[in-house]
Design a protein around this ligand. Structure first.
Ligand SMILES: [Zn+2]
Length: 269
């Protein structure tokens, strides 16, 4: 009896090509007319519009970090750039959202559920800027934006005791989830400061990713680097920042395993 022919190899599932460009996430804070801005955290609506137009002309589109990570994990997302707005300023709804809609973009707002309706009291200098209320944060979601946590009250986590660290990570996530009824994927380290202990606390709290600014030697989904963008960033500066970022950041961040906790985030890509 002739030997059975070897079984035909299973059809190869075509491997998804990983994005070859590094993950690029832009960091904004407040969007309003600048008068006094000692920490360079304010971009004028006019400048933001020019920057969104700059992205569009290069075939790029701004999306939330959850949408960006979802797309890249699926081998897509070459033309996507993460847009993040720290602190949850009230001017996000009035000034940023209309522009984001106009350019077909989404974004992530990193809010402080321990300071609802308050202001940036942690900044010793400069103007007081109102923060979003609970209703405002719900509207951020309703406008199709990702709502994520920046801690409870804007504390440097590398200096926090254990109870404070838990409250600022797990506590903030519980409050935001209760407020919107949606699981919260993202975290952003206040002041951009992080260490291994802070990263562990963020992971243990159930977040799926965390944004830093310059995470130093830390890498991976809980130490995502971001690039500051301000009112001085005209087209040549944006182009320069993009080139420098591509040179500095490891391609290890090209794709991270990621699936959003809230199913609708995947649909927003
Ligand atoms: Zn902040």
């Amino acid at each position: 009896m002739p030997a059975e022919p070897p079984a035909a190899p299973a059809p190869a599932f075509p491997a998804r090509p990983a994005p070859t460009t590094p993950l690029w996430v832009l960091m904004y804070h407040s969007v309003s007319e600048v008068r006094e801005d000692p920490y360079r955290v304010t971009v004028t609506p006019h400048r933001l519009e020019r920057q969104l137009r700059w992205l569009r002309r290069r075939g790029l589109r701004g999306v939330s970090v959850a949408a960006l990570l979802t797309a890249r994990a699926a081998g897509r997302g070459e033309g996507l750039v993460g847009l993040t707005f720290d602190d949850g300023y009230a001017d996000f709804l009035s000034h940023a959202v209309p522009l984001l809609h106009r350019y077909g973009c989404t974004a992530t707002v990193f809010a402080l559920p321990g300071r609802l309706g308050g202001d940036n009291a942690w900044d010793p200098l400069g103007p007081r800027k109102p923060l979003l209320t609970a209703a405002g944060l719900r509207r951020v979601r309703a406008e199709g934006m990702e709502l994520a946590a920046h801690g409870l009250t804007h504390v440097d986590l590398t200096r926090a005791d254990d109870a404070t660290l838990r409250a600022e990570t797990a506590g903030a996530r519980a409050r935001l989830t209760a407020l919107t009824g949606t699981p919260v994927d993202g975290f952003c380290y206040p002041y951009g400061t992080l260490d291994a202990r802070a990263m562990d606390a963020v992971r243990a709290a159930g977040y799926r990713y965390a944004c830093a600014i310059d995470p130093g030697a830390h890498t991976g989904p809980y130490a995502l680097p971001r690039v500051h963008v301000g009112s001085r960033d005209t087209a040549p500066f944006l182009a320069l920042k993009r080139r420098l970022h591509a040179r500095r950041r490891p391609t290890a961040l090209a794709t991270l395993p990621y699936a959003p906790l809230a199913p609708e985030e995947a649909a927003r890509v």
